[in-house]
Design a binder for this molecule. Structure first.
Ligand SMILES: O=C(CO)COP(=O)(O)O
Length: 264
């Protein structure tokens, strides 16, 4: 037990920043982190730009040998063929993606993504050596009813149905309560810990407690430099999936450097 989990700070840009803005944003982020002598082995930093930015980000990361990594916001469950508008896992792998977001609440809500589709996308990601960042979390009605743990665990179980233990060992799970996304309404550290801890317990039941102990569970929802340290202090929170605040490279760098402003 007592596995060391490397914290991950991932910036989900959503549908913001074109490919030129992506280059300047990644440059500013990497310069800021370099100035701060950021240790990427201690806190991993990832950006998750729109598909159209990925080639530019890849070129920059390769040319400047940047240590930050990147990923995509979605993946098709299909391999190739007549699926207009879809992007396959092999395309993302060829672009050097490390991560892919799967089942973000905005895709579940606006694109009708079901648990079955999320499960198929998790498998597609692993088939191409990509690491899924599986997004789960309850809406306000569920939270008000006090059902956040059972609701979120059901999403985790559905997404991981028939996924082998060796793959579960590599997954990242992001708990993002929908009511806290883009609202400024951040979950309390205790709220985050309650569900992140429950996710780790259910992973232990699905495969093996030792495997679950190594899986990174992130929190997402109105994370800023001013609240990240308290959230990261929770034992089962291993990083953050950051939306709005990741569009500002200096603010995102402060989030990645959360340990440098822990004062107590
Ligand atoms: O949805 C999110 C990240 O995936 C969270 O977004 P905000 O940080 O803007 O609340």
């Amino acid at each position: 037990m007592a596995t060391t989990r490397t914290p991950l700070m991932a910036g989900n840009w959503k549908m913001n920043l074109d490919h030129q803005q992506a280059i300047s944003t990644v440059q500013k982020l990497s310069w800021t982190l370099k100035d701060a002598k950021h240790d990427y082995a201690a806190v991993e930093v990832a950006v998750i730009p729109p598909f159209t930015d990925l080639r530019s980000v890849q070129t920059l990361v390769d040319a400047d040998k940047l240590e930050l990594v990147y990923g995509a916001q979605d993946i098709s469950k299909h391999e190739s063929g007549a699926y207009t508008g879809e992007i396959s896992g092999s395309m993302l792998a060829k672009l050097g993606c490390t991560y892919v977001l799967i089942g973000h609440s905005e895709r579940r809500e606006h694109h009708g993504e079901s648990d079955d589709l999320v499960n198929a996308k998790v498998r597609a990601a692993f088939a191409h050596g990509l690491t899924p960042i599986l997004c789960v979390g309850e809406g306000l009605d569920v939270r008000k009813a006090g059902d956040q743990v059972s609701y979120t665990l059901a999403q985790v179980e559905a997404a991981l149905a028939d996924v082998p233990t060796e793959q579960i060992a590599k997954i990242v799970i992001a708990y993002e309560p929908v009511w806290a996304i883009g609202t400024g309404e951040v979950a309390t550290p205790e709220d985050a810990q309650e569900v992140c801890g429950a996710i780790r317990r259910v992973l232990g039941e699905l495969c093996d407690p030792d495997v679950a102990d190594g899986v990174r569970v992130l929190y997402g929802g109105s994370v800023k430099s001013g609240n990240v340290a308290q959230i990261m202090a929770q034992p089962d929170v291993d990083g953050a999936l950051v939306g709005g605040a990741s569009l500002d490279p200096e603010e995102f760098a402060r989030i990645a450097r959360y340990q440098s402003h822990v004062t107590a």
